[in-house]
Design a protein around this ligand. Structure first.
Ligand code: FE
Ligand code: FE
Ligand code: MG
Length: 173
């Protein structure tokens, strides 16, 4: 544990920061696995573009889990040691893909990113001016989650517009 490093945390209990970071840590692992499995089961039109995006996001979520775990350790905490605890501590839960169609998969993933954005913006609000190092980390992750939502939404809109244009083309014939 970084003693001087921790002495600069002011106006918020370190235990509270650790517990909030562990919740985010659980979210990142569940988000990682959701992308990991979605990329494998996804079906349908333009799925290759979705696969590339989902695979990239899986790598990002795993990197986020790593960033959060390192900060928990710096603060003197322990990252959750058992995957069973992910379900106890998660904010955003796990959205098991039930419909493998690319549009449904993207919609599940967008909901997950929206939850991540809320979680990290709350963490940023709580740590701003109180725990500068955690604030920097959660702000950086927040920027990635905003980009994730945007990428998925843009892809979702392209695919649904394309499907609509095919449908209206068929009607005209
Ligand atoms: Fe993430
Ligand atoms: Fe994300
Ligand atoms: Mg992306």
């Amino acid at each position: 544990m970084a003693r001087r490093g921790n002495s600069i945390v002011k106006g918020i209990e370190i235990d509270e920061v650790i517990s909030l970071l562990n919740r985010a840590y659980a979210d990142e692992w569940l988000a990682y696995y959701q992308y990991y499995i979605e990329e494998k089961v996804v079906k349908g039109i333009m799925k290759d573009a979705a696969i590339a995006e989902l695979r990239q996001h899986a790598a990002d979520e795993l990197r986020h889990a790593d960033m959060v775990a390192r900060r928990i350790l710096q603060l003197g905490g322990t990252p959750l040691l058992n995957p069973k605890e992910w379900f106890v501590h998660t904010n955003c839960g796990y959205d098991e893909p039930k419909d493998f169609d690319v549009v449904a998969i993207l919609e599940d993933a967008i909901r997950g990113e929206q939850c991540a954005i809320s979680t990290y913006s709350e963490l940023a609000e709580l740590t701003r001016g109180r725990d500068i190092v955690t604030y920097d980390i959660v702000s950086e992750i927040l920027g990635d989650e905003v980009e994730h939502e945007e990428d998925l939404q843009a892809l979702h809109d392209d695919i649904t517009e394309f499907v609509e244009s095919i449908k209206s083309g068929m009607k005209r014939q």
